[in-house]
Design a protein around this ligand. Structure first.
Ligand code: C2O
Ligand code: CU
Ligand code: CU
Length: 480
């Protein structure tokens, strides 16, 4: 554990101003800080935040090579990884950020150079089942598969990752995950002053935890059942780095935060916050902008969820992004070469319906159990569990039996309308596709499907704690 006290004692941020952030740059600017012996894997030098390159995928076909790779995550040790790579960029970890646009088509051609089968799923995108990359859409070693993504949903932050049956946790922990940014010209028109300069005032923040063995390898025991809590790594990484530092301009900075952890919740005492307790504003949930910014000093985020936040930083101010009492990223506003004075926090963001039409809805209930089942059943690739009629709005009640989970549904966004009496926090009153399920209280969501998923390529609903999913906490449904 990295405590605030240790940070103050050991890290002299005065040296940090030497670092200059490049847009999309991968070079590792190392800055010396005092050694911190007490904490395993605490870097003796701080990396500048790695910003995955931004690739324009609009109206074109983009090749992505899925490969074994290598990354420098720890001091003086290499870590064997998987990554998504482009023709021009070999990434040690993760994948490029893919820019898409509403009313345009992005075709992603995934080329599997691993020696195991994989799939490529675009989490959060409303695309038909045959382009969704679920467990049925196998890409065998040496083969490739193209997902054709006709984007017709609001601007938002999504992600892509593998989804092979029973193997998702292992492939994600090794490094396979990347962000998708959907932009919408109409939204840019309405809100021209939201920060949108990728890598400068609009930063991707992928939070994942990993345990490393002494030789630097990522420890993941495929034989072991991780049980109720799933995989919990010793280190919390941002964009594949332990405690990186980012130089920003002063003013409003936007973070696109993904909890890409296999099973770790940053919730309750482990919620995200800033070290100086500075308030920040949540502007978007999984599926796009909220109606208005929501001010808070701490934000819970479960596996698979995304939030966009805005924080105001003064010239030369420095503070840390925390997960509970651990520092996961340090920020310093010393990038004076970029004029960020145009960036503002709007008071009104988007038009999010407060409730969809709820008349005569089909209702379904989903019970997540520690036996790794949903409604008493484990995932069976040969079984279609539910059949939904296209363009209808359904009411889904999701509950657990005591432990925490996150429930994710493919091919849609939904609205959370009730947490059984408990308040729905304001940052959850936007479009979602993944929701924290705590204990036995049912969460009621309204969900509408606009795309087809047939028997050969059904959609999934599942717990997004990847070990739970891999152990069977998943079901299949069709939309016709
Ligand atoms: Cu993030 Cu079924 O996936
Ligand atoms: Cu998904
Ligand atoms: Cu679960």
């Amino acid at each position: 554990m990295i405590s605030r006290r240790n940070f103050v004692k050991n890290i002299s941020l005065g040296t940090v101003s030497l670092i200059v952030l490049g847009c999309g740059g991968k070079s590792k600017g190392k800055t010396s800080i005092g050694a911190n012996q007490a904490i395993p894997n605490t870097p003796t030098t701080r990396d500048k935040l790695f910003v995955p390159p931004l690739i324009d995928t609009r109206n074109t076909t983009t090749d992505l090579w899925v490969r074994v790779s290598e990354a420098s995550i720890l001091d003086a040790k290499k870590t064997s990884t998987y990554s998504y790579n482009t023709a021009t960029d070999t990434l040690g970890l993760l994948g490029p950020t893919l820019l898409m646009e509403r009313n345009m088509t992005s075709s992603l051609n995934f080329i599997n150079e691993l020696d195991v089968e994989t799939t490529a799923h675009q989490h959060g995108l409303h695309v038909s089942g045959n382009n969704d990359g679920g467990p049925q859409s196998k890409i065998l070693p040496g083969e490739s598969r193209t997902n054709i993504l006709e984007i017709d949903q609001p601007a938002g932050t999504h992600w892509y990752h593998p989804h092979p049956h029973g193997k998702t946790g292992e492939q994600v922990i090794k490094g396979l995950a990347g962000l998708i940014v959907i932009q919408d010209p109409e939204e840019i028109n309405l809100l021209p002053n939201l920060p949108r300069h990728y890598g400068i005032n609009d930063l991707p923040i992928i939070i994942q935890d990993k345990t490393f063995s002494d030789d630097g390898a990522i420890q993941y025991n495929t034989q072991k059942s991780y049980g109720k809590r799933g995989y919990l790594g010793d280190n919390i990484l941002v964009n594949g780095q332990i405690q990186p530092i980012v130089s920003t301009p002063s003013g409003w900075i936007r973070f696109r935060i993904l909890n890409g952890s296999n099973a770790r919740f940053y919730e309750r005492g482990d919620s995200l916050s800033f070290s100086n307790q500075q308030p920040f504003y949540v502007i978007a949930s999984d599926g796009g902008l909220l109606s208005n910014p929501v001010s808070t000093t701490s934000l819970p985020i479960g596996p698979g969820e995304r939030y966009e936040i805005m924080v105001n930083i003064n010239q030369n101010q420095q503070f840390d992004l925390m997960a509970g009492d651990r520092i996961i990223l340090s920020l310093i506003a010393d990038l004076s070469t970029y004029d960020n004075s145009q960036s503002i926090l709007p008071t009104v963001l988007a038009n999010v319906p407060q409730a969809l039409n709820q008349k005569n809805n089909v209702t379904r209930t989903f019970e997540l159990s520690e036996k790794m089942t949903i409604n008493g059943k484990k995932m069976d690739m040969a079984v279609i569990d539910e059949a939904v009629t296209i363009d209808t709005t359904e009411v889904w009640y999701i509950h657990g039996k005591g432990a925490r989970h996150t429930f994710h549904v493919h091919g849609c966004s939904f609205l959370i309308v009730d947490r059984n009496g408990a308040n729905v926090p304001d940052w959850e009153k936007g479009w979602k596709d993944t929701v924290i399920i705590s204990g036995k209280r049912p969460v009621k969501v309204l969900v509408k499907f606009n795309k087809i998923a047939d028997r050969n390529s059904p959609y999934m609903y599942h717990c997004h704690m990847l070990e739970h999913e891999d152990m069977g906490m998943m079901g299949q449904f069709i939309v016709t």
